[in-house]
Design a protein around this ligand. Structure first.
Ligand code: SF4
Length: 694
């Protein structure tokens, strides 16, 4: 585990899941370097990862439980939480309570939260901020494959001859993976296409940038599917088992590609590159997912790979990249309102029975999905939720229609927040605030974007009275009366139980299987090297679906018949601009950690709005003028940056600034809560706004 006194762990930021080597500096801090042996990064780190050591410290840290703003002892706080949740369940039923959790949770924490809500409270009202990140991918995967499977690996990006980045600014949002892609490009001449309305840093290395109209990805990939058919590349025989080809192709041929706004020359170039190259990887991310048609966009992409059997083979396949360090672990453990553990389905009675009997569950596992994030906060707002527990996330800032969400939380009868930060916008609204252990203090596992399970290890003691999340959740569960089911002494015990559950569910022949890890003792768990699932006693496998075997009951994949639908909100005279949102290179989420490193804040120091120079001139904006952005939901203030990286009629603002760092620049205050009807993922990149001098 340790190399010359260093401890191996994993970066807590994005889904690339880079390995880090940590050494305590004796002054409460850490020296951090990339782990040369970790298969995600082989020693590389991006700016955020390399500055991790500068982001520690106790400034602003939550160090003790608080009840109504007053410091309390753990026993009182835990009793109160257990009593309030039990009382709400007793009086109003299990669906009157909810957990809103985070991709920052370790898999073991996620497992405990999910077991408590679905197996013992008896509700599926547990959702996660991963809903804002990749829920559309989950829905698309399940519709096409029958499971939420990422078919390929990072190595596929290095073995491809063409990599298409769709709605992904890989250079800023998954920098180490981008570095790996550029290294491969230097070695083998990989061509890169970027599909994005905005000219991002990822375009610098691209052979082709398709600046399509926002929300028209389905039109583009339907056009490509028709071109694939015209080129005689449909390969159902090799794919072996794909349903829905004819219907999907008919829908593709009926699509009007002019919706994309792309020139015939660019479209022809893209189709020729795609059809003329067998080894294609299509990487997609938030620009695809965060949309009212996100699931359809995902399936339009998957259709092209299924039709050509360019999936699960070396250097080929669709590849979803996730935003958070453990979004994948949360998906695997069932931490979304519409999933059961181990990629099993809530709607399937056999699946519920196996999980319920494995857990000796106190309540029947619900047979229908719980409230997804947007609906959950609506239910908080209209009084259906009587007790809410928010863990490691800040929905009063990060949810769309953030002002309404903030008001809803404020009006909820009982709110608990577990966090490492004392004064988040959400923590200020809580009745009980619980101090949690943070990165480098807690211990457990995370799964990265290519299914690799890595250990996060504790190097520093938890400060003050902070405790690991699994412990806090288990201690509340035990006080609610479920002592034996939540009686773990270590994260290793929880992991073993989780792996044993995957063994119990192996009878269903699902993709997710870590049964080979159920026998790990404490020392083996502690020493666990990065391991890509599945891991059975017989071994593992690198990729899925090259053999043409999928997870629908008939063993076939499904191509979906999808049609182009634009964003829900339409621009018009009152709101003439389309607002795109996203990350910047050196900040993370609401900046509670990254803002502590001066060198990270030096990159882009204040909230901004990118606007085309001709639009700025029309509005009479001076260089670097302050502007007010108004939408039907709310308003925010930014400094305008005039740039032709955005098209006319479009503007872009970053997501990071909050009530703490820039109260007037909360971009989510102007984002509507419109969401994909299938995945529940909000449309965070296509609000309509007015821009005016401030
Ligand atoms: Fe961390 Fe992601 Fe950067 Fe790797 S690429 S160091 S996981 S932020």
């Amino acid at each position: 585990m340790s190399a010359e006194g260093e401890i191996r762990s994993t970066c807590p930021y994005c889904g690339v899941g880079c390995g880090v080597l940590l050494r305590a500096d004796g002054r409460g801090g850490l020296e951090v370097r990339g782990d040369p042996e970790h298969p995600a990064n082989y020693g590389r780190l991006c700016s955020k990862g390399s500055a991790l050591g500068e982001t520690l410290g106790l400034d602003g840290r939550l160090l003790a439980p608080r009840i109504d703003g007053v410091e309390a002892v753990w026993d009182d706080a835990l009793e109160l939480v257990a009593d309030k949740f039990s009382a709400a369940i007793e009086e109003h039923g299990p669906d009157s309570v909810a957990f809103y959790v985070s991709g920052q949770l370790l898999t073991e924490d996620y497992y405990v939260a999910n077991k408590l809500m679905k197996g013992f409270i008896g509700s599926a009202n547990i959702d996660t901020n991963s809903r804002l990140c990749m829920a559309s991918t989950v829905a698309g995967h399940k519709r096409a494959f029958g499971t939420d499977t990422v078919p390929g690996t990072y190595e596929d990006l290095e073995e491809a001859d063409l990599v298409v980045l769709v709605g992904s600014n890989l250079a800023w949002c998954h920098p180490v993976l981008h570095q790996r892609l550029l290294a491969a490009r230097a070695r083998r001449g990989t061509r890169i296409v970027v599909v994005d309305p905005r000219r991002t840093a990822s375009c610098d290395a691209a052979d082709l940038h398709l600046a399509l109209e926002p929300g028209t990805d389905v039109a583009l990939f339907n056009h490509l599917l028709a071109a694939i058919a015209d080129a005689g590349l449909i390969a159902p025989d090799r794919a072996g088992a794909v349903n829905g080809l004819d219907e999907a192709l008919a829908a593709a041929r009926a699509t009007d590609v002019s919706a994309t706004g792309l020139s015939g020359e660019h479209l022809a170039q893209f189709c020729a590159m795609w059809t003329g190259t067998e080894r294609v990887v299509t990487v997609f991310s938030q620009g695809v997912n965060q949309s009212t048609s996100g699931s359809d966009k995902v399936n339009a992409i998957l259709n092209c790979h299924l039709a050509t059997h360019r999936i699960g083979r070396i250097g080929m396949g669709p590849f979803s990249v996730t935003g958070q360090p453990n979004a994948m672990g949360g998906r695997e453990v069932g931490g979304l309102a519409n999933m059961l553990a181990c990629h099993l389905d809530l709607e399937n009675a056999d699946h519920r029975m196996v999980v319920g009997s494995f857990w000796n569950a106190a309540s029947a596992i619900p047979n229908a999905p719980g409230l997804k994030a947007v609906d959950m906060f609506k239910a908080v707002g209209d009084g259906r939720i009587k007790a809410l527990w928010v863990i490691h996330t800040n929905p009063a800032v990060s949810m769309p229609d953030a002002d309404a969400v903030r008001d809803a939380i404020d009006g909820c009868p009982f709110v608990v927040v577990s966090d490492i930060t004392a004064e988040t916008d959400t923590a200020r609204l809580a009745d009980v605030v619980l101090p949690a252990s943070g990165w480098a203090e807690k211990s457990g596992t995370v799964t990265n974007t290519d299914r690799t399970i890595s250990r996060q290890r504790s190097v520093l003691p938890s400060p003050g009275l902070a405790r690991p999340d699994w412990q806090i959740l288990a201690q509340v569960a035990q006080r609610m009366g479920w002592v034996a089911a939540f009686d773990w002494q270590s994260p290793a015990e929880i992991f073993r139980e989780y792996a044993a559950l995957s063994a119990a569910s192996a009878q269903f022949g699902r993709d997710f299987d870590i049964s080979g890890l159920q026998g790990l003792d404490e020392a083996e768990y502690d020493a666990l090297s990065p391991t890509r699932w599945p891991v059975t006693r017989e071994g593992g496998r690198e990729r899925f679906f090259a053999d043409g075997r999928y997870y629908h009951p008939d063993g076939k994949a499904r191509m979906l018949s999808v049609s182009q639908r634009g964003p829900a909100a339409r621009t018009g005279p009152k709101y003439p601009f389309r607002l795109n949102t996203g990350r910047i290179r050196d900040q993370w989420h609401t900046m509670t950690r990254t803002a502590r490193a001066p060198r990270l804040s030096a990159h882009l120091a204040e909230p901004f709005l990118d606007i085309h120079p001709e639009d700025a001139a029309q509005l009479g904006l001076a260089p670097a003028a302050l502007v007010r952005v108004r939408s039907p939901q709310g308003q925010a203030i930014f400094r305008a940056r005039q740039t032709n990286t955005v098209a006319r009629g479009q503007v872009f603002a970053p997501i990071h600034w909050t009530g703490e760092t820039a109260p007037a620049a909360r971009v989510d205050a102007v984002i509507p809560s419109a969401h994909d009807p299938i995945s529940g993922q909000p449309e965070s990149k296509a609000a309509v706004v007015a821009v005016e001098p401030f």
